[in-house]
Design a protein. Sequence first.
Length: 328
Amino acid sequence: MTVYRERPAAGSERETNAFGRDHSEMMEGVASEKPRLPPQRDVLVVEVGPRDGLQNETSSIPTSVKIAFVDALTDAGLPVIEATSFVNPKAVPQLVDAAEVLTGIRRADGTRYPVLVPNQRGFQRAMEAGADAIALFTSATEAFCQANVGASIDGTFERFEQVVPSALERGIWVRGYVSVSFGCPYSGAVNISEVIRVAERLLQLGCDEVCLADTIGTATPDSVQETLEAARPSIPTEQLALHFHDTAGTALANVEEALELGVRTFDSAVGGLGGCPFAPGAPGNLSTERLVERIEALGLSTGADSVALAAALDVVRPHVPRLVSPSP
């Protein structure tokens, strides 16, 4: 992999990316009008610890700790922090305090705080709490969609059609997740054409960004390459994000492959927090600390402060049993 050495001037006629590949080649067949990265960052790290990282924890975590956790992540310089989820509290009781968390955090200029919403009711609750960015979630397989949200893929889009127009009218930034994009705990291997079809529908609906999620950690560099090459003709690379779990220890290799192919937005969670309550055996997310370390070792900037990331994890550590070191 080519290490980033010198950044070309912004707006140059043929800007080359950090890995030596011409930007026009990365975006072959696709034009995008929205710049995705602030000038001080080469890679955008999306911190999902407060939502995806905590949702599966069985021990109740105090609201004040969740607020302090988000604030500490803000202090670490992360540009996007997924703060909480407005799903039915009966489905994810850990996040029953979503409104209190979102209204209690200290928001920084230039930082986005998306929240997960499943439907119109969740969207209304999020708006009442002052959300300025939302994330929707569907799936690449019918089996996982039914297990996760109790609806078909088409059924999720019927829900989204009640949400996205209102969000766009309000100037709300919208992300769409495609769960199990690289493997499903119920259906096994996933047809790449189905992944692309669902991602295309999300963009056509009006989503600003689509995130392909490796929900159970089965992605490999080869499958990442195959999926991204298939996505290139119809999905702007600048509107694409990736979400890896690290079941087989390949998450960082997957990131490097995606970087080679032009993707610059990646999800992670401090301490490798996470898992999905509706995906049996799903491991934690890719660790933010490891992601930042690897990206910056490649000569790319994330804008994140590694010391502050460790401090953020310490905020929540006493409340997550697997993070508590056993007594000697």
